[in-house]
Design a protein around this ligand. Structure first.
Ligand code: CO
Length: 134
């Protein structure tokens, strides 16, 4: 059911420093910071030949990344995102298999302007999983 790895998201304590490190030390193609108020994050996209990296930094007091960075002050991998063709079909199949979908269970529009859902990390080996319909 899942397709390509769309991105790996890394929560970072210093967005500018992390973006600069990817640009210079790692020689990657790094985009400009984008504020995503609906998701409580500022995002920097890094384009790799086969996938993307999203650097995430908290935006606002209610940011879902805030608690993660308190627990992981140096930063860390926050989630992985897999592509699916039909997000509603994917959700129904996962719920039938006992997986928990976070929030209302309805897809939201994600950072790429496409419908996304998040799956509970306790159901996926401790890894928060995002599904994006492409
Ligand atoms: Co993501």
């Amino acid at each position: 059911m899942i397709g390509r790895l769309n991105h790996v998201a890394i929560a970072v304590p210093d967005l500018e420093a992390a973006a600069e490190q990817y640009r210079t030390a790692l020689g990657a193609k790094v985009g400009a910071p984008q504020e995503e108020p609906d998701h409580g994050v500022t995002v920097v996209f890094i384009e790799l030949p086969n996938t993307k990296i999203e650097l995430l930094h908290p935006l606002g007091e209610e940011s879902p990344i805030k608690g993660f960075l308190e627990k992981n002050p140096a930063g860390g991998i926050h989630h992985v995102c897999y592509e699916v063709d039909d997000i509603h079909a994917a959700r129904d199949r996962l719920q039938d298999a006992g997986a928990r979908v976070l929030g209302s269970g309805e897809p939201k529009i994600g950072a790429h302007g496409k419908p996304v859902l998040f799956l509970h990390p306790k159901d996926f080996n401790g890894c928060l999983v995002e599904l994006e319909q492409v």
